[in-house]
Design a protein around this ligand. Sequence first.
Ligand code: GMT
Length: 375
Amino acid sequence: MKIAIVCYPTFGGSGVVATELGISLAKLNHEVHFITYKQPVRLNLLNPNIHFHEVNVPEYPLFHYQPYELALSSKLVDTIKKYKIDVLHVHYAIPHAYAGYMAKKMLAEEGIHVPMVTTLHGTDITLVGNHPFYKPAVTFSINKSDIVTSVSQSLKEDTLRLFDIEKEIEVVPNFIDIAQKKTSFTDCQRELMATPEERIVTHISNFRSVKRISDVVDIFYNIQKKMPAKLLMVGEGPEREPAEQRCKELGIKDKVIFFGNSNEVDKILCFSDLFLLPSERESFGLAALEAMVNKVSVISSNAGGIPEVNSQGVSGYLSNVGNVKEMSHNAIKILKDDATLEMFKENAYREAMKFDVSNIIPLYIKTYESALAII
Ligand code: GMT
């Protein structure tokens, strides 16, 4: 099949999932065309089945906002025609499903019919898309998609509750390529980060307020009172500055390392003991799954789709959003002795295996086949 994938190219779950999906499809000999404004961060173009088409939006002083949707739909029309694309798969409803629908309509005028699969990722529904300014356009473009998928059961329920949706929504969970993780990184240099007695606690996100970064710092503050420990903070965003300030105020600055955005997430997770994800909202929690596949247990909130990934008392523990006391208590319970920690680490890995790419890619392929049958 020839598949066009539209996604955000930046650090962030939806772009990562779209990129990994394209890479896996290319390995299965499908021809994959990524269409976005920058080469996706995790995309390696050294595969003859992978192509990248950049959407350019020329600056024009008349426009206060440059019309990205217009440029994207034009690029979609050109690419779909030129490469005879079979299926268009857009990740994140805003504005991708909207631009995709416009492209479909333009192509239909020329007698070209391409089905569109829209995958909902989370904030496009629960945070941004839900805003009255966007809601009518988001509802419209979801309903006009040929097939709609969501990354968790929880996100499906949120979508049906928040929008007036006439379409069936299929749940296709996010995934991880376990075999590739095993072979890509083997040299775990823990000693670079901590002394042998120190526990390593990690958080990875885009440091937006929805991630509750101050809870991460507070949980770690409680942990380090009970045992020697380091906190590794990976990612960039508006809450980074305040978090650095809070670490200073709490007197734990020397125990916390802020890395900024990193392409070496596996390297960092390789020497981590515990992952913290106390988010206010999370449709799935891909970062938690990436931790688990690296044998890192997870202390998280029970928001959204996280309970579909982190299993209570098995791969870690879940608490109500904001219950820092309970999260700290459970973190200490996991970290307190080597045997308990080892058990949680192994459990986390075992739970992650359910989401191996080999179980999920066939679901997407089936979705494309169903979409093609509709057209
Ligand atoms: O978490 C974010 O703010 C980034 C966002 C994105 O679009 O990249 O992540 C969402 O999609 C991920 C991939 O499907 C999910 O794993 C995240 O849980 C989801 N984030 C939220 O729902 C807040």
